[in-house]
Write a new protein. Structure first.
Lengths: 260, 388
């Protein structure tokens, strides 16, 4: 069984967020982590490896620095890492990203592709389903539980108040939720092995069946008008009032702000 | 000379720090208060490979260097001195002598379970009358047929009751050495559950209160002949060499305790206000912090140097690291004591309460000046090398 996990290196929300002049994130200048939903997807794949001996390949698209996230995945137990990096791929939105990843995935054998539901930097939840569309395979999103039954996969898809149990024939794509599991830690020995292992690097030329017009900033239908860091809230007002006065005070404030 | 850590070591530090913050720190207060051995944490550490970091992969370990192991102990100690010493005693004092002196059969039998953390290791040298004077052993082992029969007791044994595999030292005879009769000491591997091997009292300690410190009692305890570790009569050398390595672990523990107290103090002095200003704005505070940070940094270099020197020994079996280890432990332990004392002072009255962790850290720091060779023993080792 072959499982490919798409992971993304995202800004560590504990660190500061920095932007390029064009409004895209300045990824090179930020502290980074593996996107939490992707990490859960990787853990799910590693459990399939533990259980069925699956081969786990991790793929990421990003700056050369994104190699770190592949090393981390390999230190957790992934077998192979593929970095898709090329200047012409920069500034991609979800459409261009999914086209790129699909172009890379067409080179690989897989039974299952697992992506995170969404990345904490863009929060679109579009890339996974788009990849499945480009590759013409079924997608089951928001997986909270994954099981293999013969040549099919049985997945619990999470909703707010319930879950659906879906069965799909492999190959298929699953998008994972961070709640899916508790990802394992890297092992110290795994870290040293991961740095000894070779990472496969692919550029534009290695992508299969993708048009240039669908890649990079130019191939992105979405353009970012403006982006900003979270605006820090001020200290706010502090007032000491009797309970009755405070109700009136709060009501007035809510009216003033057009909340009610 | 390059003082930068490799990418691998940086990533390993990230791992240890994340684990320490998430799994160890939240329990540190409880472990200290209840004096209970953090079994669940040890299981998590075992799963993450922390119980066999410098053990070769062929014996089920992680196959990493001593520096990586020292960094693990350091990061654990930043948040919990107890958890750090559990790893240190297990790795340096039990796995290491079995790896260094064990026969292939002994290594195959014991190391995989120890390195994977399925079993915990301990080391028994100290006796009521044999502390710094380790030659003053009373525990005896007599060969009867195919078994050694042990009688005696060991005290202050870290991981005491929680361990499964013990490296124990005992007198196996008397030999003439330079015209004098001296005790012949040998090392043994003893398993928990061996008839005649029981536990005495649990020590009530000032610090590292969650580490299981027990008396081990041997009453006609019969162990197989093949459980002798190393050659008969070479036990004292095995003990001393093992402690040389152990000191790197304890030095790393001391380093982490000092660094942890410094981190908390830096945060505290920026919050605590007196006379209308954060106390960090006062030059006295700033100078104290500068001294603390400088000493912690110096200790880190010494600990890492000692670890790298032991790594060199692992490769060539020639390089001596006992002086580096003694200096690192001496300096790091005294740094930990000084930095934690200053940390409590800078926290003022709050620092003296159990509400602030520097109080625990100051208690934890003290033991690093005592166990695995007191600071005085380290000075003996260092000066003996100068005057040889």
């Amino acid at each position: 069984m072959k499982v490919v996990v798409c992971v993304k290196q995202v800004p560590d929300t504990k660190g500061g967020v920095k932007f390029n002049p064009d409004g895209t994130l300045d990824r090179a200048a930020m502290l980074t982590i593996m996107n939490p939903d992707d990490k859960a997807g990787l853990e799910a794949a590693l459990r399939l490896k533990d259980q069925y001996g699956a081969e786990v390949t991790v793929v990421t698209m990003g700056l050369p620095k994104a190699e770190e996230v592949l090393r981390e995945a390999m230190a957790m137990g992934a077998d192979k890492g593929i970095l898709v990096t090329d200047r012409v791929l920069g500034g991609a939105d979800t459409w261009a990203t999914s086209q790129t990843l699909a172009g890379a995935l067409r080179n690989l054998d897989y039974d299952l592709i697992i992506t995170g539901r969404q990345a904490i930097d863009g929060d679109t939840a579009q890339v996974g389903p788009q990849i499945s569309e480009h590759l013409g395979i079924p997608v089951i999103s928001y997986a909270q539980k994954i099981e293999i039954e013969g040549d099919s996969v049985v997945v619990e898809r999470q909703y707010d108040d319930r879950y659906h149990v879906l069965k799909a024939k492999m190959p298929c794509l699953i998008t994972a939720l961070a709640e899916l599991n508790e990802p394992r830690y890297m092992t110290p020995g795994g870290i040293f092995d991961a740095y000894k292992a070779e990472i496969t690097t692919w550029g534009r030329a290695d992508l299969k069946d993708v048009e240039d017009s669908n890649l990079g900033l130019k191939g992105s239908p979405t353009q970012i008008a403006r982006a900003s860091d979270k605006v820090r809230k001020g200290k706010g007002e502090k007032v000491t009032l009797d309970p009755s006065e405070s109700v009136e005070y709060i009501m007035n404030k809510l009216k003033e702000k057009h909340v009610i | 000379m390059d003082f930068t850590l490799s990418k691998e070591h940086e990533m390993a530090r990230t791992l240890f720090r994340e684990f320490a913050e998430k799994e160890v720190k939240p329990l540190a207060v409880e472990v200290d208060e209840t004096e209970e051995f953090p079994r669940a944490t040890v299981e998590k550490m075992a799963k993450a490979g922390f119980m066999g970091i410098p053990i070769p992969k062929e014996y089920g370990g992680q196959g990493c260097d001593v520096l990586t192991y020292a960094m693990c102990v350091e990061e654990l100690a930043k948040v919990c001195g107890t958890t750090a010493v559990i790893v240190s005693a297990h790795t340096s004092l039990c796995c290491d002598p079995i790896l260094t002196y064990g026969t292939e059969e002994q290594k195959q039998k014991y190391l995989p379970d120890l390195a994977s953390g399925k079993k915990i290791g301990a080391f028994g040298l100290t006796e009521p009358g044999a502390g710094t004077d380790a030659q003053g052993q009373q525990t005896k082992a007599v060969l009867e047929g195919d078994e050694w029969v042990l009688n005696g007791s060991k005290i202050f044994i870290t991981n005491g009751k929680e361990a499964d595999v013990y490296v124990i030292f005992a007198i196996t005879g008397v030999v003439e050495k330079r015209g004098r009769m001296t005790k012949e000491i040998s090392a043994f591997i003893v398993e928990k559950g061996t008839p005649g091997f029981t536990f005495g009292t649990k020590e009530k300690k000032m610090g590292i209160r969650g580490s299981s410190t027990y008396e081990l009692i041997f009453t006609d305890c019969r162990i197989p002949k093949e459980n002798m570790l190393g050659q008969q009569g070479k036990g004292f050398g095995i003990a001393m060499h093992t402690l040389d390595g152990g000191r790197i672990g304890i030095a790393a523990q001391a380093l982490g305790i000092g660094e942890g107290a410094l981190e908390r103090t830096i945060a505290y002095v920026q919050e605590r206000k007196q006379f209308g200003r954060a106390i960090g704005a006062f030059q006295n505070t700033q100078f104290q912090l500068a001294d603390m940070a400088t000493k912690a940094q110096a200790a880190q270099y010494m600990v890492y140097k000692a670890a790298c020197t032991k790594d060199q020994y692992t490769k060539d079996h020639k390089t001596s690291y006992n002086v580096e280890a003694a200096m690192a432990k001496l300096y790091a332990a005294e740094m930990a004591m000084e930095v934690t004392t200053k940390a409590v002072q800078l926290h003022g009255g709050y620092g003296y309460t159990r509400e602030y962790e520097v109080e625990r850290m100051m208690r934890d720091a003290k033991i690093t000046e005592i166990y695995e060779g007191t600071s005085e023993v380290q000075r003996m080792v260092i000066s003996a090398n100068l005057l040889k």
